[in-house]
Design a protein around this ligand. Sequence first.
Ligand code: ATP
Length: 476
Amino acid sequence: DNNRFQAIISHCKEYGFVFQSSEIYDGLSAVYDYGQWGSELKKNIKDYWWKSMTQLHENIVGIDAAIFMHPTTWKASGHVDNFSDPMIDNKDSKKRYRVDHLLEAFADELEKAGKKEEGDAILATMDQLLAADDFDGLKKLIEDKKIKCTVSGTSNWTDVRQFNLMFSTQLGSVTEEASEIYLRPETAQGIFVNFLNVQKTGRMKIPFGIAQIGKAFRNEIVARQFIFRMREFEQMEMQFFVRPGTQKEWYEKWKATRMEWHKSLGIPADKYRFHDHVKLAFYADAACDIEFEFPIGFKEVEGIHSRTDYDLSRHQEFSKKKMQYFDPEINQNYIPYVIETSIGLDRCFLMVISNAYAEEDLSTAEKQDSRVVLRFAPKLAPIKLAVLPLTKKDGLPEIAREIMDECKTSFRCFYEEKDAIGRRYRRQDAIGTPFCVTVDHQTKEDQTVTIRYRDTMQQERIPINKIKELIEKQIL
Ligand code: ATP
C-alpha cells in the first residue's frame, strides 16, 4: 500500500540510504543519490550478483564497457528508431513538451490551487492513455483540460508524436567538428560490440556469457515512483551466447536460475511471479519478467529475453564486420543466438529494502514500545557488526576497539559508545545490522561479550575470540 511505500521512502532518507539528487536545489526529478548506508547495500547487491554470475559460472566472464559508444551502435540496435515516448508541440510558443511533463505540471498547479484530486484523476487517465498508446486521447486530454491557461498561454497544439528516450550530447567542443552521441540507454550493446573481442581473447566456447554492471540513462516518461523508475540508473546484465536452435532450452534454464538467485536473497517465493510477454519486442522470440510484489503492487525487477541473433546480425550489417563464431563441435560458422538476463540494480535495491522493512510493536503490559527494523539477509546488510562498549569508562572502550581491529579487516563494522544501549540497538535495527556485541564489566573478567541478534532480539554470551568466526559464517 501507498503508506508503506511512503514510510520506506522516508526511512531511506532519514537513515542515510537514499537522498534526492541535488536536494539543496530542490532536487532533480527521478534522479537520486545513495547515502552512507545505501551505497554499502547497493555495493553488496552488486557484488553478490557479480559473484553469482562470474565466479560461480566458469563460462561467464565480465566486462566494463564505456557509457559513450559510437553513434552507429544505436542505429544498429534499433534505439534511434524505436526507443521513444509521446510528446506534443505548441504551435504558438514553438515549445515542445513531453506529454507527461505537461500534464504533471498542470496537476501540480491544480494541487497548489487546492484541487489535488482533480490533478490525480488527470494523471491516472494519462497513465491509461500512455499504456494504450492512445495519442489522440492524449491530445484530447490536453485540449479538454485547457492547459493553455496555465502552462503555455495558448491552446494551439500539434498532434502527439513519439519522443526518443535517449539523452544525447556532443562529442568534441563546439568549435571543433562536433558529433552527436548518446548516453547509453542499456548496457547490453557494450557487450554485443565486444562479443568477438571477448570470445577470441578469452578463448570462449559457446555456450558462454558476458556480464556487465553499469549506468544507463533514459529520459523516462513516468517519473513519480522513487527509485523504481529513474533517469539515471544502473543495470546488471548478462548476455548468454548459444547455438541457434538451443535458445528455448537456455531461456528456460536462465528463467529458473534467475528465480533461484532471487530466492537466495532471503526473499520468500510468494513475493515473486513470472510475467510472460505475449506481445514480444520485434527482436525477441520469447520474453518474460520476474515481478516482485512491491508496496505499489507486483512490478518488474528483471527481464529475461531470448533475443535471437538480432543484435549481432545488426552489428554485422552496420559495421560490416563478421560477427560469426566457428563451432568446432558441429564444424559450422554461425551468428550465435542470445539469452539476456537484465536486472535494474536500483530496482533490486528497492526490492530488498521493501522486503526487509518492518514496523514491529513490542509493547508489553508495562509499557508501549515499537521498532523499525530492516531484516536484510546478513550478506547484504550495510554493516555486519556493531561493537558497543556499555560505558565510556573502566577500560571498556579499549576492549571494544580491540574487537573492532580484529574484525574490521574482514567485514564492515561500526563502533559506537554514545547513548543508552537500548537506543543504540534500535539505531542498528533501523539500518539492518544483524549483530551487535556489547562489552561490559563481565568482559574484563571472563573475556566474553553479549551478542544480540537483530531479528529475534535474543542475547547470549560468547567468548571474544569466537565473534569473528560466528559472523563470517553468517554472511556468506
Ligand atoms: P519498464 O517496462 O519498467 O520501463 P523495461 O522493460 O523498459 O522496463 P528493460 O529495458 O528490460 O526494462 O530493462 C531491464 C531492467 O532494467 C528492468 O527490469 C528494470 O529493473 C531496469 N530498469 C529499466 N528502466 C529503468 C529505470 N528507468 N529506472 C530504474 N530501473 C530501470
